[in-house]
Design a protein around this ligand. Structure first.
Ligand code: FAD
Ligand code: DHB
Length: 385
């Protein structure tokens, strides 16, 4: 078999890349380890930056997102017994985020690819990458797929990054001493906007998916087991961390899904080796507090599409050669923002009274100064491409 771009992974990065390339007449084949059902049901991100929404709309896959997505024009920071709104409409007029589940984006992209005759192979367990600096090819299930280039879009635990010989890439990493327990519940959101709550018991986040379904996260120990969290313990802890302002009551309901996510910052430099280009979580991870991971994946494949298109049209590798440097500028801004939001809002075991007061001081600053609040707002909705 032969294709122009061999894509490993059918997450948001791989699927969107395949779709954007198709719109420019560049053929690709996507190889995915999991089943289609698994990919479509995996509950993860929910916040789409303005630029991500624009890319999906321009690519013709935004119809359901426009109908079902929830535009938000602010978030609340809740701490010290009070809620403080960060008003996007005042600080960064005309820019907003859209709350729309990642698995819905994945469903829309899979449907678009298949409708256009796109090739996605699901449940391919044994993908391996070869000859990355020569004539690259991918083997799977006894087949060989020859490609002009390979896009490694297979997430943090994929095979693409480890296929690069040792010493060719540099990794930058930070682990955090906590994880997030995430739940999806059949209950109407208890607030109209997202609430990022910092408490002495740890961080909590109130998010949502629809007028009937809410999403919540709790800071938990790093090696926490889901089994330790029966439903009533989850609701009790969410209430303890969110019912901290007068008049706020958390609605409870049936819990549909639970999972624990470790928190990590990670960057690969460069995001390229020979004819392998890494995109999305395969190249970098952020802790989810800033809601940046999915959005960075979209930004990467947007850059990669333009670079590949330029190469196929002109023969010039100029944009491809610049791929890593172009992406890493945005990646490092998001790294800093995600680390900063995480540090600002979580409880650290090592917290001394001094560190805690620094957190409070910065929260007070962000919630009282338009300059500081604008820094948060413009990073949160996403800086211009
Ligand atoms: P993935 O979604 O991980 O996709 C990689 C794909 O490759 C998967 O389908 C996988 O099965 C496949 N794969 C892996 N190995 C192989 C292999 N060997 N062969 C073939 N296929 C393989 N980001 C945001 O922007 N906003 C948020 O609000 C947000 N919240 C989050 C909340 C949680 C709880 C979590 C866990 C993440 C959150 N993120 C958020 C991050 C976001 O979900 C990821 O950054 C995003 O999924 C990255 O997309 P990707 O396509 O690069 O990787
Ligand atoms: C969601 C996830 C995040 O990481 C975040 O910062 C905000 C919202 C969500 O899944 O809804």
């Amino acid at each position: 078999m032969r294709t122009k771009v061999g894509i490993v992974g059918a997450g948001p990065a791989g699927l969107l890349l395949s779709h954007l390339l198709h719109l420019r007449g560049i053929e690709s084949v996507v190889l995915e380890k999991r089943s289609r059902e698994y990919c479509e049901r995996r509950v993860r991100a929910g916040v789409l930056e303005q630029g991500t929404v624009d890319v999906l709309n321009e690519a013709g896959v935004g119809e359901r997102m426009r109908r079902e997505g929830l535009p938000h024009h602010g978030i609340e920071l809740r701490y010290g017994g009070a809620g403080h709104r960060i008003p996007f409409e005042k600080l960064i007029p005309g820019r907003s985020i859209t709350v729309y589940g990642q698995q819905e984006v994945v469903k829309d992209l899979i449907a678009a690819r298949l409708a256009a005759g796109g090739e996605i192979h699901f449940e391919v367990p044994d993908v391996a990458l070869h000859d990355l600096t020569g004539s690259p090819y991918i083997t799977f299930q006894g087949e060989r797929l020859d490609c002009d280039v390979i896009a490694g879009c297979d997430g943090f635990h994929g095979v693409s990054r480890p296929a690069v010989p040792e010493g060719e890439l540099t990794f930058f990493e930070r682990e955090y001493p906590f994880a997030w327990l995430g739940i999806l519940a059949r209950v109407k959101p208890s607030a109209e906007e997202l609430i990022y709550a910092r408490t002495e018991r740890g961080f909590a986040l109130h998010s949502m998916r629809s007028p009937e379904v809410s999403r919540f996260y709790l800071q938990v120990p790093p090696d926490e087991q889901v089994e330790n969290w029966p439903d009533d313990r989850i609701w009790a802890e969410l209430k303890a961390r969110l019912e901290t302002v007068p008049g706020f009551t958390l609605e409870t309901g049936e819990i549909l899904e639970k999972g624990v996510t470790p928190m990590r910052s990670f960057v690969t430099e460069p995001m390229q080796y020979g004819r392998l280009y890494l995109a999305g979580d395969a190249a970098h991870i952020v802790p989810p507090t800033g809601a940046k991971g999915l959005n960075l994946a979209v930004a990467d494949v947007r850059v990669l599409t333009q670079a590949l298109d330029h190469w196929y049209r002109t023969g010039s590798t100029e944009l491809l050669d610049a791929y890593s440097a172009t992406c890493l500028k945005r990646v490092w801004r998001a790294q800093h923002f995600s680390w900063w939001m995480t540090t600002l809002l979580h409880t650290f075991d090592s917290d001394d009274a001094y560190g805690r007061r620094l957190q409070t001081s910065y929260l007070d600053y962000v919630t009282s100064s338009d300059a500081a609040a604008t820094t948060l707002a413009e990073n949160y909705v996403g800086l211009p491409w």
